[in-house]
Ligand binder design. Structure first.
Ligand SMILES: Nc1nc2c(ncn2[C@@H]2O[C@H](COP(=O)(O)OP(=O)(O)O)[C@@H](O)[C@H]2O)c(=O)[nH]1
Ligand SMILES: [Mg+2]
Length: 430
C-alpha cells in the first residue's frame, strides 16, 4: 500500500540521522589515519595551548618525593618509576599524563646529600642545575608555571643542609613559589597502631580523643614549619602510605596538597590541576591497569574538552583526533603493546568508527546545531572517555590472548559514553 513507502517525519529524521552517523563513522575511521608527521605537528601546537605546571621536588632520598608523584596522579609506583627519564645529572623527569601531553611535569632531584666526588659536593651541582632549570625561559609559547615542593619527613630534624640548599635556590628564584610537604606523619604518632586523626592533624585541642597521642606529631610539625619559616610559602602535612599499611585514607592530606598547589599557582594552572587530579570521576577503580588507564583517560578527556571549548587557531577535529590517537597509543603501551602513531590511529579508527555509526547517531543530530562551546566540550570529553574505555577492552583482550570482540567493545563504549556524558554535563570547561 502507498502507506508503506511513506515514512513518518520521525522515521525520516531517523533515517537521516543514521545516514549521517554512518558517514561520520566512515569519516572518522578514515581520519584517524593521520600521518606521523602531522600528528607530531598537531601535538606541538596542542602543547602550546595547554598550560604546563612544573613541580620541582627537592628533598633527601627516601623523604617521599616519588610518593607525591604517585599520590597526586594515582599512577602506580612501578609506572611512575618507568616513566621517569634522566633529565640532567641530578634530576629526572616524569610527564603526566604523557610526554605528548605534559600537563604536569615532575622534576625529581636525586643524590641530594651524597658524598663529595672529586672534591665537589653533588649538592653544589644540584643547586646550579635547579637555579638554571627554574629560571630558564621556555622558548616555546607554552605557558609554564613552576613550583618547588620540598619534602621533609615528620621525624627528621636534621635539615640544616637541605635548608641551606633551599635558601640558596630561592634566593635566585624568588618568584617561584615554594611548598613544604611534611611527610610520613604516622612515624610521629604516639602509638603506631592508631589511624590518622581527622585532617588537619594540628590544633587537635579539645576535639581529639584524649587516649590518642598526637602531641609529638604536633610538636614535630610546628618545629619543622618554624625552621622553614622564611623559606616556604605554605606547609602541608601529608602521609601518602601504601594500601597494605592499613591507614585510611591511603593518601592522607592529598586534597590539602592539591589545594595548596592550586593556591600558589596562576589561575589557568590552578584550574587545570583541580580538573586533572579530581578524584570524583575515579572513585571506583578496579585493577591496576584499569586504574592507571582511567587516570590517563580522564586527563585526555579533560584536554579534549578544554580544546573543544576554546576556539583554536586551527580546526578542532584533527586536534581531538590527534589527542585520541595519542591516548590509544599510551593505553597500548600500558598494556604492553608498542604502537607507532599510525598503528594507534588505525586501532582508534577501528574502535571509533563502529561506535559512532551504531551508538551515537542520535547524539550527533542533537549536537550538530549547537556545535560549539559547552555542548561540544562535554561531548568531546565523553567521547574521548568512551574511546579510552573501548581501547582498554581491546588491549585487555589482546593481553589475555583473546581476539578482541567488536560487540563487547561497543557495549563497553556505549555504557562509558552515557556515564561520561552525565559526569561531564555540568562541568565548566571555559
Ligand atoms: N607512610 C608513609 N610512607 C611514605 C611517605 N612518603 C614516602 N613513604 C615511603 O618512604 C619510602 C621512600 O619514599 P619515596 O617516595 O620513594 O622517596 P624519595 O626517595 O624521596 O622519592 C617508600 O617506601 C615510601 O612508600 C609518607 O608520606 N608516608
Ligand atoms: Mg624517588
Amino acid at each position: 500500500m502507498a502507506q508503506d513507502s511513506q515514512d513518518s517525519p520521525l522515521e525520516q529524521v531517523g533515517a537521516i540521522a543514521r545516514d549521517w552517523a554512518d558517514r561520520a563513522g566512515e569519516w572518522l575511521g578514515a581520519n584517524f589515519n593521520v600521518s606521523d608527521e602531522q600528528l607530531a605537528e598537531i601535538l606541538q601546537t596542542v602543547r602550546e595551548q595547554l598550560p604546563t605546571t612544573e613541580v620541582w621536588l627537592l628533598g633527601k632520598p627516601q623523604s617521599g618525593k616519588s610518593s607525591i608523584v604517585c599520590g597526586l596522579t594515582g599512577v602506580s609506583a612501578e609506572i611512575v618509576g618507568q616513566g621517569f627519564r634522566p633529565h640532567t645529572q641530578h634530576t629526572q623527569r616524569y610527564a603526566y599524563p604523557s610526554d605528548d601531553l605534559p600537563w604536569l611535569v615532575f622534576t625529581d632531584t636525586v643524590g641530594l646529600g651524597d658524598r663529595p666526588q672529586n672534591g665537589r659536593s653533588p649538592d653544589e651541582a644540584l643547586i646550579e642545575e635547579l637555579t638554571t632549570g627554574l629560571t630558564t625561559e621556555d622558548n616555546s609559547d607554552n605557558q609554564r608555571s613552576r613550583i618547588v615542593v620540598v619534602t621533609v619527613k615528620a621525624s627528621d630534624f636534621a635539615t640544616d643542609s637541605l635548608r641551606k640548599i633551599v635558601s640558596r635556590v630561592r634566593r635566585r628564584t624568588s618568584d617561584v613559589p615554594c611548598l613544604l610537604a611534611i611527610t610520613c606523619l604516622h612515624e610521629a604518632y604516639g602509638d603506631r597502631e592508631i589511624n590518622h586523626p581527622p585532617y588537619p592533624p594540628t590544633n587537635r585541642g579539645n576535639s581529639g580523643n584524649k587516649s590518642e597521642n598526637f602531641d609529638d606529631l604536633e610538636r614535630a610539625i610546628a618545629a619543622i614549619s618554624k625552621s622553614f619559616d622564611s623559606l616556604a610559602d605554605r606547609v602541608v602535612p601529608i602521609d601518602f602510605t601504601q594500601p597494605e599499611d592499613d591507614y585510611t585514607p591511603v593518601n592522607y592530606g592529598r586534597e590539602a596538597l592539591i589545594n595548596a598547589l592550586a593556591d600558589l599557582l596562576p589561575k589557568a594552572e590552578a584550574t587545570a590541576i583541580h580538573r586533572l587530579l579530581d578524584d570524583d570521576a575515579l572513585t571506583q577503580i578496579g585493577g591496576l591497569y584499569r586504574g592507571a588507564a582511567r587516570r590517563y583517560i580522564l586527563a585526555f578527556s579533560m584536554a579534549t574538552a578544554t580544546l573543544a571549548a576554546v576556539p583554536l587557531p586551527f580546526a578542532t577535529m584533527p586536534v581531538l583526533t590527534t589527542l585520541q590517537v595519542s591516548l590509544v597509543g599510551l593505553l597500548g603501551k600500558l598494556y604492553g603493546q608498542t604502537l607507532s602513531p599510525s598503528q594507534a590511529g588505525g586501532i582508534a579508527g577501528a574502535i571509533a568508527g563502529g561506535f559512532i555509526a551504531q551508538t551515537i547517531g542520535r547524539e550527533l543530530v542533537k549536537f550538530i546545531p549547537g556545535f560549539g562551546g559547552a555542548i561540544a566540550a562535554s561531548w568531546a570529553a565523553a567521547y574521548t572517555w568512551a574511546l579510552g574505555e573501548g581501547a582498554c577492552v581491546y588491549f585487555g583482550d589482546l593481553m589475555g590472548g583473546k581476539k578482541p570482540d567488536p560487540k563487547t567493545i561497543q557495549t563497553a563504549m556505549s555504557k562509558a559514553f552515557k556515564e561520561a556524558q552525565e559526569r561531564f554535563k555540568n562541568q565548566d570547561f571555559s
